[in-house]
Design a protein around this ligand. Structure first.
Ligand code: C5P
Length: 238
């Protein structure tokens, strides 16, 4: 597999073409951003941690019948994925109140939700990725009604699988964000990454944060938290 030209650079990853037009080469970056890019830092080792963790999670999901764009790991910091056109929506699933939900509704952080909550945000940095309803999604033509239903269904399935995976590792999956894309044939496919950058993960016993809130709110060393998640995932797969 040959790495071709840079075709996209995001906050945490670079995407390159390959000699196969259906596949892209993802290189994770040692960079952390928060609050829509207002806070930024270079964090040595983050690329490896997110690549390893995301690869393990996508592999586990595939084994449980939940496919994604992930094809295989290429190196410590790189992976091969299927090329998709990203749907401009962030699909957020929440099991407990935290982050923007706590702020928006004035609810106490850590409150258990009776049922998992699914939210959609419109991916647009200039607007600050606003929360949108299904009617907004229709106006924006971001996805069809059927695609919205399918994304919600798949997101809830991912939540079931990952909540029980992390529970076995003594970690609470508080919330997470997914992105979906469409293949050339129009099929919906789970894409982007699933890592401590995109999930809230709390240690079950101590409540310690093992995710990007360590960086967002300066609660501790990000790499140590991510190493802990990688170590626990590694014991579960060995
Ligand atoms: O900030 P908020 O509480 O809405 O985030 C919900 C979840 O979605 C968190 O796990 C957060 O890490 C993730 N998220 C993300 N990328 C964004 C916004 C949120 O990964 N742009």
């Amino acid at each position: 597999m040959q790495k071709g030209a840079l075709c996209y650079e995001g906050k945490a990853k670079k995407l390159y073409t390959t000699d196969d037009p259906q596949l892209l080469w993802v290189a994770y970056k040692d960079e952390a951003t928060a609050f829509n890019g207002e806070k930024h830092a270079i964090l040595q080792g983050k690329a490896r941690l997110n690549n390893e963790i995301s690869s393990m999670i996508f592999t586990t999901l595939a084994e449980k019948g939940c496919p994604s764009h992930f094809v295989r790991k290429l190196s410590a910091t790189e992976q091969l994925v299927k090329r998709v056109t990203i749907i401009p929506l962030e699909v957020i699933v929440r099991n407990k109140v935290a982050g923007s939900l706590a702020h928006r509704l004035g609810l106490k952080e850590g409150m258990q939700l009776a049922e998992p909550l699914v939210e959609f945000c419109y991916k647009d940095d200039s607007l600050g990725d606003p929360l949108v309803t299904e009617d907004h999604i229709a106006i924006l033509a971001a996805a069809s009604q059927a695609e919205v239903a399918r994304m919600k269904e798949q997101a809830l399935r991912v939540n079931e699988l990952l909540s029980s995976l992390f529970a076995r590792l003594g970690v609470i999956l508080v919330d997470f964000k997914l992105e979906f894309g469409k293949t050339e044939t129009g099929a919906l496919l789970l894409a982007d990454e699933i890592s401590p950058d995109t999930c809230r993960l709390w240690d079950e016993k101590t409540g310690a944060r093992l995710d990007k809130d360590l960086f967002r709110h300066e609660l501790g060393n990000l790499q140590e938290g991510y190493e802990e998640i990688l170590a626990r995932l590694s014991t579960s797969s060995s």
